[in-house]
Design a protein around this ligand. Structure first.
Ligand code: NIG
Ligand code: FE
Length: 417
């Protein structure tokens, strides 16, 4: 078959291995790295990836050939945990943070997530759309071609629906694909202060059925945390969501270990998020239940904490992990997934192969999209990130600098970088 486009002379092409399941344990250290290779594209999909000069039967008179001498290609990066859609920002809390006021104290005083809830409730659909679209542009410029996006800054139906509709519209119109998660239980709204149980019942009976019937989200998530939702409340909500056909995620063991990991394992969640405070026993449970650990090291960094999720130990115990931004206005205001990847090396001591697997194939599994993205297997979408780097070590070693020069989405060069 003839290619529409051939990108050639890459010094390295990073090819994750897609075995049909997420890469767990030592599998995370394996990948195929092609030296001096090319990528052939047909109808926006991968046709062939190999070493050397492209085979002549791939080339037609009108095949476009682009030279990428000295560059590195990887599958388009996947940011599998973001809070993309929100109003306002929270730099007014930065000095409190610098003075050591804990994140959960700021929330308990009505700030933090609740401050963003007020700003998001006030924002119009168009304001939220434009702001989130601009954030997606920045993510794209850092090599990201697909993101997961959570609601959770409404905490009432009107605003949760608005956020989810913005994400849906962006998925249609923006070049970056957006996978939606309903996170109506992200905090206890002021109207339900000290009545978290009633709020959970409200989310189950009033919000979840509407999210389902309007087809606004594929996943359901909850913030299981000290002073927010208990493990029992998390179980109740996620169990109901599962019955309604949602796939599950859970923010667990971020600041305190209060049982979210057990809930994830018991209900067969696709992923558990954060896990900074996970215990050895928790790692075993997630490993046995095949729950993916979505790790967010820039949140530890941004919260100015010292404890990073024990990524290496998770891998040694057979878990599959991803690395992701947590992009949000409070605990992690960033659009740069490359920085998170660097923290994966610098602070969690992961290897470059483990890091690139975490943000490609495993991230694809974490959003249930591995059939179409996350590796260069023939027939998957030609989503490609191209780095000004000769090998996979370089973009991790040369930190805090955007090294992505070109991004292809479904075979198309995105010039607005
Ligand atoms: O994943 N932990 C809860 N939710 C987000 C933070 C959201 C915010 O601070 O606005 C997180 O860290
Ligand atoms: Fe989060």
């Amino acid at each position: 078959m003839k290619a529409d486009k051939i990108l050639k002379n890459f010094s390295q092409i990073f090819c994750p291995i897609d075995n049909g399941v997420p890469l767990r344990g030592e599998e995370m250290s394996k990948a195929v790295i092609i030296e001096d290779g090319y990528i052939a594209i047909k109808d926006g999909k991968i046709l062939a990836v190999d070493q050397g000069e492209p085979d002549s039967d791939l080339i037609n008179y009108d095949t476009e050939i682009v030279d990428y001498t000295g560059k590195l290609a990887t599958p388009g990066l996947i940011d599998c945990h973001t809070h993309l859609v929100y109003g306002g920002s929270r730099e007014h809390e930065f000095s409190q943070k610098l003075n050591g006021v804990p994140y959960l104290d700021i929330l308990a005083q009505g700030g933090g997530i609740l401050s963003t809830v007020r700003a998001t409730r006030k924002s119009s659909f168009n304001e939220l759309y434009d702001k989130s679209s601009a954030l997606l542009d920045k993510m794209l410029a850092h090599g990201v071609t697909t993101v997961e996006a959570k609601s959770g800054y409404g905490l009432n139906w009107e605003t949760e629906e608005k956020q989810l509709k913005v994400a849906k519209e962006l998925n249609k119109n923006h070049v970056v694909d957006v996978v939606s998660t309903f996170m109506g239980a992200h905090a206890i709204p002021e109207e339900y202060k000290n009545r978290s149980g009633e709020f959970i019942d409200f989310v189950i009976t009033e919000m979840l059925p509407k999210v389902k019937s309007e087809n606004l989200a594929e996943f359901c998530d909850i913030f299981c945390e000290k002073g927010v939702f208990t493990a029992a409340e998390s179980y109740k909500l996620l169990h109901a969501a599962k019955e309604m056909g949602f796939k599950l995620r859970i923010h667990a063991d971020e600041i305190a270990s209060i049982g979210g990991v057990d809930v994830a394992a018991q209900l067969g969640a696709v992923s558990a998020e954060h896990l900074m405070m996970i215990t050895d026993e928790g790692i075993k449970k997630l490993s046995e239940a095949h729950v993916i650990g979505n790790l967010l090291p820039a949140t530890t960094f941004s919260l100015m904490e010292d404890t990073y999720a024990p990524a290496k130990k998770m891998i040694e115990n057979g878990m599959a992990i991803t690395l992701t931004t947590d992009s949000n206005p409070g605990s992690c205001p960033t659009a740069n997934l490359q920085f998170i990847m660097q923290l994966g090396c610098f602070m969690q001591k992961l290897t470059p192969i483990q890091v690139f697997n975490a943000v490609t194939i495993n991230a694809a599994y974490s959003i249930c999209r591995a059939e179409t993205i996350g590796s260069f297997d023939k027939g998957k979408a030609a989503d490609i990130a191209i780095f000004d780097a000769q090998n996979i070590d370089y973009p991790l070693y040369f930190f805090a600098t955007n090294l992505v020069t070109d991004v292809y989405k479904a075979g198309k060069l995105i010039s607005a970088l």
